[in-house]
Design a binder for this molecule. Structure first.
Ligand code: NAP
Ligand code: ZN
Ligand code: ZN
Length: 347
């Protein structure tokens, strides 16, 4: 066992605190990663506050991890000591169900093993990336291309893949009109990636306060959803809408913005149900869909796509002892556009 420093939530309501956790001894297929940077995803906040259901405390979250391989197990062939690597939202899956065999292990029928708050193969609860080291089985470890700045790369492991996957699946590209609802961690990556895929991109944000940034990141237009005229003006417009909002919104108003055969994909995961009025779907034969992270294969594809297109997240680097304040700023939509923990400050 390796005892490592970490930042953990002691309960659903108490601030996160510095502590230590144990990492397992390396198995033959395991990789020990010295974590350099760890992103703060809104899912971390939903999870530690128990908004998605009860979890076991103390809990270390964080599933946007980049670091350097420090040690490899005897049978590891994919990674070498010194490699720049990443870990996203899952660290294992059953490998034998229909979805795993189809290479879509994020949809493992037995439930993929989440990077935190999941039951690991040895029965322990997985602990995430707000820590100095993590041990992960080699085929759930990604290669981070050299051209992506390391301190900005971590958010690709969740925000990047979670938006890349539906954009690719629903064929965002030239001739397609894509809207992104909410320009936070996921939303700003959706803008960059959809633009790089060649789609015409519109941001639908609560206000126009981030308009200049949105246009700089690749949006063609930007509207405030607080202005009711936006919904009249954009009715029947989009082929694809990516909803990245962490809170409840009037989803029916957004469905009205889809053109014939358009799809609204919700990647945002509020604690409450999003009530869909079926009549909102009848017009224009609209679809309402969801999408969860992405497979390991697709995550590597996304990392390589971002390297090729010079895409990196917009980040604010913070010390570990700023995590609680960062959470409050995420909740206030005051994030430009992803907090990343400098894990050196945890050492
Ligand atoms: P985030 O950085 O907080 O961004 C969410 C954005 O939603 C905010 O920046 C804000 O954008 C908008 N927003 C927040 N509250 C709102 C409200 N009350 N009404 C309207 N808009 C509001 O969060 P994130 O890390 O991108 O995560 C977004 C959601 O995706 C979370 O629920 C998270 O759990 C979920 N998620 C899902 C997956 C998946 O696999 N499907 C993976 C990762 C995360 P504006 O200021 O531009 O309006
Ligand atoms: Zn996430
Ligand atoms: Zn499976």
């Amino acid at each position: 066992m390796l005892t490592v420093n970490a930042f953990a939530a002691p309960s659903a309501t108490a601030p996160l605190v510095k502590t230590t956790i144990e990492r397992r001894d390396l198995g033959p297929n395991d990789v020990l990663i010295a974590i350099a940077y760890s992103g703060i995803c809104h899912s971390d906040i939903h999870t530690v506050r128990g908004e998605w259901g009860p979890v076991q405390y103390p809990l270390v979250v964080g599933h946007e991890i980049v670091g350097t391989v420090a040690e490899v197990g005897s049978a590891v062939s994919l990674h070498q000591v010194g490699d720049r690597v990443g870990v996203g939202c899952m660290v294992n899956s059953c490998r034998e169900c229909e979805n795993c065999l189809a290479g879509e292990e994020q949809y493992c029928l037995k439930g993929n093993t989440g990077t935190y708050a999941a039951v690991d193969l040895d029965g322990t609860i997985t602990q995430g990336g707000y820590s100095t080291h993590v041990v992960v089985v080699e085929d759930f470890v990604l290669k981070v291309p050299e051209s992506i700045p390391f301190e900005a790369a971590a958010p690709l492991l969740c925000a990047g893949i979670t938006t890349y996957s539906p954009l690719a699946h629903w064929n965002a590209g030239p001739g397609k009109k894509v809207a992104v609802v909410g320009m936070g961690g996921l939303g700003h990556m959706a803008v960059k990636i959809a633009h790089a895929m060649g789609a015409e991109v519109t941001v639908l944000s609560q206000s126009l306060s981030k308009q200049e940034d949105g246009l700089r990141l690749g949006a063609d237009s930007y509207y405030a959803t607080s202005d009711p005229a936006t919904f009249d003006k954009l009715a029947n417009t989009f082929d694809l809408i990516i909803n990245s909002v962490s809170a409840l919104i009037d989803i029916n108003a957004y469905l009205g913005l889809l053109r014939l055969d358009g799809t609204l994909v919700s990647v945002g995961a509020p604690a409450e149900p999003l009530p869909v009025q079926v009549f909102s779907l009848f017009g224009n034969r609209r679809s309402f869909a969801g999408s969860g992270i992405g497979s390991i294969r697709e995550t590597q594809e996304m990392l390589d796509f971002c390297a090729e297109h010079g895409i990196a997240p917009e980040t604010e680097l913070v010390a570990a002892d700023y995590i609680n304040e960062a959470y409050e700023r995420v909740l206030a939509s005051d994030v430009r556009y992803r907090f990343v923990i400098d894990v050196a400050t945890l050492a």
